[in-house]
Write a protein that binds this ligand. Structure first.
Ligand SMILES: [Fe+2]
Length: 182
C-alpha cells in the first residue's frame, strides 16, 4: 500500500489531529528503522500509520483496541500479516514480542510521543532534537509521562538504542511539516 493510500484510510477512521500526528510519526519512525534493518520501509511505514486506526471507534477501550483495527484492515483488503501485527500491538492484550517488526512497533509507538514532546519544548523545532536530548528526556520520568519507556528498551535487542533514537529523529524530521514542526 502506498503511503498516501494508508493516510487516506487512516483519515477515514481517525479525526483527531493529535492521533493522526501520532500515527504519522510512528509510521515515519518505522520507515527509518526498516531501512536501517534491511526490511521493507514502505510496508513498515504502512503498519505504523495504521496501527491505531480503531482507537476512536473503540473509544480507548483497551479490551477491543487492535482487534477492531485488524477487522477494519481486513475489510479494507489488507493482508493477513499486517492485520495480525496491528491486532497484537495492543500490549495490554498481547506481549512476548520477538519479531523485529513487532519489537520495533512497540518502541516506535512509544518513542514518537517522546521525540515530538522534545521538539515542542524547543518551540516545535525537531531539527534541534538530538540523541542526547532524547536520552536526557527519557530519564525524566515526569516528562511526556504518557510515553511508556518500558516499551522502548527491548528494541535494543534488534538495534542499538542510540541508532534507534537516530531513526526516530530522522523519521519525524522528514515529516516535520505534516506534523506541524519545523
Ligand atoms: Fe499508537
Amino acid at each position: 500500500m502506498e503511503r498516501t493510500d494508508a493516510l487516506a484510510l487512516l483519515f477515514r477512521h481517525v479525526q483527531s489531529g493529535s492521533l493522526r500526528s501520532h500515527c504519522v510519526a510512528t509510521g515515519a519512525v518505522m520507515r527509518e528503522a526498516a531501512a536501517a534493518l534491511g526490511a521493507d520501509p514502505v510496508r513498515w511505514e504502512t503498519i505504523g500509520i495504521l496501527h491505531d486506526i480503531d482507537f476512536e471507534e473503540v473509544e480507548g477501550d483497551m479490551q477491543r483496541h487492535g482487534i477492531r483495527g485488524a477487522g477494519i484492515l481486513a475489510a479494507a483488503g489488507m493482508e493477513e500479516e499486517i492485520c495480525s501485527v496491528v491486532k497484537r500491538h495492543n500490549h495490554h492484550l498481547s506481549g512476548g514480542y520477538t519479531a523485529p517488526l513487532e519489537v520495533v512497533l512497540q518502541a516506535a509507538d512509544a518513542v514518537s510521543g517522546l521525540v515530538i514532546a522534545c521538539a515542542l519544548v524547543k518551540g516545535g523545532a525537531v531539527t534541534g532534537v538530538t540523541g542526547k536530548t532524547v536520552r536526557k528526556k527519557f530519564r525524566e520520568k515526569g516528562f511526556a509521562a504518557g510515553c511508556d519507556r518500558d516499551r522502548i528498551l527491548p528494541v535494543d535487542a534488534v538495534m542499538p538504542l542510540p541508532e534507534f533514537y537516530g531513526c526516530a529523529i530522522r523519521g519525524i524530521t522528514r515529516q516535520k511539516e505534516e506534523l506541524g514542526l519545523h
